[in-house]
Design a protein around this ligand. Structure first.
Ligand code: FES
Length: 102
């Protein structure tokens, strides 16, 4: 079981719990504003872009090459960017905080 917090562009904090699926699926299922998941999680739309809070990057690990390629097309991307459809919910993510990208 992992508790995951999203911070939306309105600075609203939403904390959700899950034990499977992707972080994008968790956000979409709970209506987290700003995460659309248009491509269904196949890493081809970037509508699930989040910024991992710097102190939580150890929990998420590094983006894959295909994910980085997709992120390069997004002007708002930075070193903390991830496509959250590529993040599986596991216990390792417990306590992670993601700021939803603009
Ligand atoms: S849902 Fe499309 S890239 Fe993540």
């Amino acid at each position: 079981m992992a508790k995951i917090t999203f911070i939306t562009s309105n600075d609203e904090q939403v904390t959700l719990e899950a034990d499977s699926g992707s972080v994008m699926e968790l956000a979409v299922a709970n209506g987290v504003e700003g995460i659309d998941g248009d491509c269904g999680g196949v890493c081809s739309c970037a509508t699930c872009h989040v910024h991992v809070l710097p102190e939580h990057t150890e929990k998420t690990g590094e983006a894959s090459e295909i994910e980085q390629d997709m992120l390069e097309l997004d002007d708002d991307a930075d070193e903390y960017s991830r496509l959250c459809c590529q993040l599986e919910v596991t216990d390792a993510l417990d306590g992670a905080v993601f700021r939803v990208a603009k």
